[in-house]
Design a protein around this ligand. Structure first.
Ligand SMILES: [Zn+2]
Length: 84
């Protein structure tokens, strides 16, 4: 069982949760919707509903660890843990 971190519901589709991934090349942590594949680069971008399509990032992405999140723009946001 792995713990995956997410930032709550996606503002785009309102169906999926925004799981946090780390881009292994750039080190950026972003929220990725499990349903509509849109991503948000930071809580500010999320609040502004300014997303990007994540499909091009996927091969370089891995689930963000607690440490990754603590060092990212998401550190001050609300983070939830999904046990899956
Ligand atoms: Zn979505």
């Amino acid at each position: 069982m792995t713990d995956n971190f997410h930032a709550g519901p996606c503002p785009g589709c309102r169906q999926g949760r925004l799981f946090l991934y780390r881009n292994a090349v750039t080190g950026t942590v972003y929220g990725h919707c499990e349903e509509c594949e849109w991503g948000y680069a930071s809580p500010d971008r999320l609040a502004a509903k300014d997303g990007f399509l994540t499909l091009l990032e996927e091969e370089d992405a891995e689930p963000a660890s607690e440490e990754d999140i603590r060092r990212s723009a998401w550190a001050n946001g609300r983070i939830f843990v999904a046990h899956e």
